[in-house]
Design a protein around this ligand. Structure first.
Ligand SMILES: [Cu+2]
Length: 662
């Protein structure tokens, strides 16, 4: 189970984690290390060679239906060959990867899980295998404590640029260790390059792809569990990416990103400088390309029609399901249904009518370099969750969808003071201890898995280092006065840019839609004053960096006790908590809302069990308020918030003085 753990201020002691099963941990590392060659562990390789997937059908909870199907296709030579690119958005590739996932998720014990994984690793396409194993480890109850290695070390091609990959090959050939600098794509002539550190950040890419593995659009509850609030989560994670991108742009004196429009040119081109392990370079797209229909995928006019059906549903306040029944969406659950529809996922109540706006748009946009397949190019960066955010048009696309979600949220009645009050509770002080300051640092990771192995040629150390954003540690100090008896409170912290790029102040209503979620946690308020000190390192919306494959092996050897905190990799990297800011100090509105924890909680005994499943996909999400609450709805009159004692609003600045730690 991938849960993001937050230790509330009151219940740290009540929390226990089981440490990983060392053998399982090592098995998964060996399965994912050096995926383009044989398994490097002798025992596991022997298992791969001797395992018979259909030898014991009793070891599958589906009686072996999935494994028989996969073995049949394998024996009939139906499966995609090895050493070929893989894309989840390619129907055939996805179906095959999911056939393996279907086998793994139905394994009743680890021996059969690892036996199948090892067996099919040797025979199936490597990309399909990696994808299937990741989602199986994330979702199988057999692998709850296993920490998955960082994807940028497993498939480095998708995370770094072609120049660095070439140097890595040369180093291996010449048998000389090398450490190569990765640079962000493009030149200073392209203003978009100022924010490339965001879209090309390996941690951001890992966050994005991991989220999509945690909440796959192809998920079917028959696999064993329901993904709580999946559609709403889809909205929220992409909304947060969108507002963060705009904050990065403002930090770098750029206007917020404009939304993509089907009838207008795609303003910014993109040259990915990224290469497939097998399949050549990722295709480029010049500036100002006009949308063209993509053969066998979609016509642009169909995209426009699907968009207008969705917006029609929002205007009506209901959607029509596949049986013609009306489902009301003009309530707080509506966002979840809309998310399912827009993505779309298998949870969509009517995919026939509302289409798959997001998924299709990713392919359509990814193919604009070769819409008719004339040049036989591989898929574009937008057709992989690992690489999508590299292309600035990703953010245009998501701004476009975010604005559709906003239409829905704006249709809901604004919260009243009575809705938001937490009677007797007031926030008397909100302050930041320490300066809000970001800097760049070099981060090094191994490229050993990028290069080919050959008999008799030993490995040499090959790595790359890349600048990445980080921030100095700081602490929020929040003083809360409770006029009543002891009670549970939810503390929600957000920040939004104070001004646009022209120096014009955002209104409260504009600002709150751009709010970046910084933290959310529960605390027990005693009668009288409680002083809360919440450290930046504790933020529940972020996760720590997962250790390298090398360190994960070492941790596993040492017993695996230190691994529990890395089980969930679904949040934003903690070092990415703050937008970059700038030398003058980018002004932000910092707000805290302290609301009734008992009324907010979706699970009992929240204060005693503060396991907080922020982006994780198992079980019920503990906060029953909509994501973004209480700033998710229109605020026609900001006095509602100004007069709210349990809400506090201050101005802060985020600095970046050009510091770079090498
Ligand atoms: Cu996404």
């Amino acid at each position: 189970m991938r849960v993001l753990v937050v230790l509330g201020l009151v219940a740290a002691a009540a929390f226990q984690v089981a440490s990983a099963d060392v053998q399982q941990q090592k098995d998964v590392l060996y399965l994912l290390n050096k995926i383009y060659g044989d398994i490097q562990d002798g025992d596991l390789l022997a298992t791969a060679n001797s395992f018979d997937p259909v030898g014991n059908l009793g070891s599958y909870s589906d009686g072996g239906a999935a494994v028989q199907k996969l073995v049949q296709d394998l024996n009939d030579g139906k499966l995609l060959e090895q050493k070929h690119w893989f894309s989840l958005f390619n129907t055939r590739h996805r179906n095959e990867a999911l056939m393996l996932f279907d086998v793994l998720i139905h394994c009743k014990d680890w021996a059969s899980f690892v036996g199948n994984a090892a067996y099919f690793r040797q025979k199936m396409n490597e990309g399909e295998f990696v994808y299937a194993l990741y989602v199986a480890v994330i979702h199988s109850s057999l692998a709850e404590q296993v920490v998955l290695p960082p994807l940028y070390e497993v498939t480095p091609h998708l995370f770094t640029n072609s120049e660095v990959i070439e140097e890595a090959y040369r180093a291996k050939q010449k048998q000389t260790p090398g450490k190569f600098k990765s640079s962000f794509t493009g030149t200073k002539k392209n203003p978009e390059q100022r924010v490339a550190y965001f879209g090309e950040d390996i941690g951001l890419n890992t966050h994005h792809v991991t989220w999509h593995m945690e909440f796959p659009f192809w998920w079917n509850d028959a696999y064993g569990h329901h993904l709580d609030r999946k559609g709403e989560n889809f909205f929220w994670i992409h909304h947060q990416l969108t507002v963060r991108f705009d904050a990065e742009r403002l930090s770098n004196y750029l206007d917020p990103v404009g939304e993509l429009q089907w009838n207008k040119p795609i303003v910014d081109g993109f040259a990915p400088h990224t290469t497939y392990k097998y399949g050549g370079q990722f295709p480029a797209r010049p500036d100002n390309v006009k949308f063209e229909d993509v053969d066998d995928v979609a016509r642009i006019r169909d995209m426009v029609i699907v968009e207008s059906r969705i917006r029609d549903a929002i205007a009506h306040g209901y959607i029509v399901d596949s049986e013609g029944k009306h489902i009301d969406i003009s309530n707080e659950k509506g966002i979840d249904i809309l998310g399912d529809i827009i993505e779309s996922s298998l949870y969509s109540p009517n995919v026939q009518y509302y289409g798959a706006l997001h998924n299709t748009a990713h392919i359509v946009l990814g193919r604009q370099g070769d819409p008719h397949g004339k040049f036989d190019l591989p898929p574009g960066v937008l057709e992989h969750f690992e690489t999508a955010t590299r292309d600035p048009s990703f953010f245009r696309l998501h701004k476009y969808m975010d604005n559709i979600f906003k239409e829905h949220k704006d249709n809901l009645p604004p919260y009243t003071k009575a809705d938001l009050e937490f009677s007797g509770v007031s926030v008397t002080e909100l302050a930041v201890v320490g300066e809000l300051e970001t800097y760049f640092e070099d981060f090094e990771y191994s490229l050993i898995n990028a290069v080919d192995d050959a008999e008799g040629i030993p490995d040499v150390e090959i790595s790359t280092y890349v600048p990445r954003l980080n921030h100095k540690e700081f602490t929020f100090r929040i003083d809360v006065e409770n006029g009543g008896a002891e009670r549970l409170a939810t503390v929600r912290i957000f920040a939004w840019p104070h001004k646009d790029n022209n120096g014009i102040e955002y209104t409260f209503d504009e600002g709150r839609w751009n709010a970046i979620e910084l933290d959310k946690f529960w605390v027990s308020l005693k009668g009288g004053k409680t002083s809360i000190e919440r450290k930046s390192t504790e933020s529940s919306v972020t996760v720590p960096d997962v250790p390298s494959i090398h360190d994960l092996f070492a941790e596993a050897e040492a017993g695996g006790a230190g691994l529990a905190k890395f089980e969930s990799a679904t949040g934003l990297p903690n070092r990415f908590l703050l937008p970059k800011g700038n030398d003058r100090g980018l002004e932000f509105d910092l707000v805290v809302a302290v609301t009734d924890g008992d009324a907010d909680s979706a699970v009992p005994n929240l204060h005693e069990n503060t396991e907080y499943n922020h982006y994780g996909s198992h079980g019920v999400y503990p906060d029953k308020r909509p994501h973004g609450y209480p700033l998710d709805r229109k605020v026609p009159d900001e006095r509602v918030f100004e007069d709210l004692p349990n809400f506090k609003h201050i101005q802060v600045k985020v600095f970046n003085h050009g510091e770079h730690i090498h």
